[in-house]
Design a protein around this ligand. Structure first.
Ligand code: FES
Length: 203
């Protein structure tokens, strides 16, 4: 009897409206507390966001990296890799593929992004293969004495026309599109393809 009268005396308005929690605090006060906690959390997190961004930046940069750029890349993303005068009829010549790479913030000039084999055909056409073995991605070497592309990683080889000589690689060498410009430059549409699979899928 005494307890009931004491509770009623301590908060008559709240009790009369029923707007209290099980501890006797007004519910509106709890709402204010919740809002204050959320605002406090936001104010605490905001300064941390740039720090987290800096830490993750190298990973994000890799994911967001765009294709090669620079003065040697034309509007169709063909990269100049050689001059016509550097090629030999019927003999593959290996050329590095050099280009700038760029992400949203930075440009990385003159990066080696791969290499290709260019072969000038007797009819003047130019054949191009990505030098990456389609088995597991090792770089193949052209052996002029045997007239083959040899892959040292698994003792495998390809004919000069890119066809595989055994079943270790899942497909032939990967051909690339080639074109020439007016200055005698040889440009290739450089692409890498998924290794270890039969189908040619750009990565
Ligand atoms: Fe070339 Fe395995 S990586 S045969």
């Amino acid at each position: 009897m005494t307890d009931n009268s004491s509770a009623a005396n301590s908060s008559p308005a709240a009790s009369s409206s029923g707007d209290v929690d099980e501890h006797g605090f007004p519910r509106r006060g709890m709402l204010y507390k919740g809002v204050a906690m959320i605002l406090g959390a936001i104010i605490t997190i905001i300064p941390i966001v740039p720090v987290v961004g800096m830490v993750l930046d190298p990973l994000l940069r890799k994911k967001r990296a765009v294709g090669p750029t620079g003065p040697k890349v034309d509007a169709d993303k063909f990269i100049e890799v050689a001059k016509l005068a550097q090629l030999k009829v019927g003999e593959p010549v290996q050329m590095p593929v050099i280009a700038d790479q760029r992400d949203f913030w930075n440009t990385f000039p003159n990066q080696a992004v791969g290499s290709v084999y260019l072969t000038l055909q007797p009819d003047g056409k130019i054949e191009c293969f990505n030098a990456r073995c389609p088995h597991l991605g090792c770089t193949v070497n052209f052996r002029s004495g045997d007239n083959i592309f040899y892959c040292p990683c698994h003792d495998s080889s390809f004919n000069a026309d890119g066809t595989r000589k055994n079943d270790i690689p899942p497909r032939d060498l990967d051909p690339l599109e080639v074109k020439q410009n007016d200055d005698g430059g040889i440009l290739v549409k450089f692409e890498n393809f998924r290794v270890g699979v039969h189908d040619r899928t750009v990565v």
